[in-house]
Design a protein around this ligand. Structure first.
Ligand code: MN
Length: 204
């Protein structure tokens, strides 16, 4: 990913039609090109505002600025993790393998139990938010982290392996208000290879 002094929208790692029929081209384009871009722009605007205020040595509303910055950076980072968490429909596998498969079995008993708990976390997010599979380095255990908005209920320093966006903007064009149907569809396009690699990297 490109790095620099400001945030940059990463390109999608597949074509805009590649997630069909689970996520339509129109839904994916709006989500990536408009919503994700909006968080990138929002975060950069606040960084610039803080920078200008420092240069001119004037006060800003620090509390409001940092709250908005947390929201927009959270949105950017989570979306940047989300796109590679998905795989083209043609490449979908039902279950994770490798160290990820073993880690899930050890923690949750079996994959079906994990899938059920993760789906319940996703469906029950209050308002807008995310279901994520995160990993704690202190305990070496995976944990389902249910994030409200982009930045509430997060465990500091836990590494995120997999994310599912359940903001209405992620599914409304395809599924209307039926979040559960979108969550069911998600399981067809999880990129288990990427999620497994994220865990392998952490365990090294
Ligand atoms: Mn989103």
């Amino acid at each position: 990913m490109e790095t620099g002094r400001f945030y940059v929208l990463p390109p999608l790692p597949y074509g805009t039609k590649d997630l069909e029929p689970f996520i339509s081209e129109e839904q994916l384009e709006i989500h990536h090109d408009k919503h994700h871009q909006g968080y990138v722009n929002g975060a950069n605007a606040i960084l610039k505002k803080l920078q200008n205020a420092r240069e001119e040595d004037v006060d800003v509303d620090v509390k409001a600025s940092l709250k908005a910055l947390s929201f927009n950076i959270g949105g950017h980072i989570l979306h940047s993790l989300f796109w590679p968490s998905l795989a083209p429909s043609s490449e979908g596998k039902e279950k994770p393998g490798g160290v990820l498969g073993n880690t899930i079995d050890k923690e949750f008993g079996n994959f079906e139990r994990f899938k059920k708990e993760f789906s319940q976390a996703a469906v029950s997010v209050e308002g807008s938010g995310w279901a994520t599979l995160a990993f704690c380095k202190q305990t070496n255990r995976p944990i389902i982290m249910q994030i409200e908005k982009h930045n509430t209920n997060i465990y500091p320093t836990f590494r995120i392996l997999m994310v599912l966006d359940v903001w209405e903007h992620a599914y409304y064009l395809d599924y209307k208000n039926a979040r559960g149907k979108f969550v069911d569809a998600f399981w067809n396009i999880v990129n288990w290879n990427t999620v497994n690699k994220r865990l392998e990297k952490l365990l090294k």
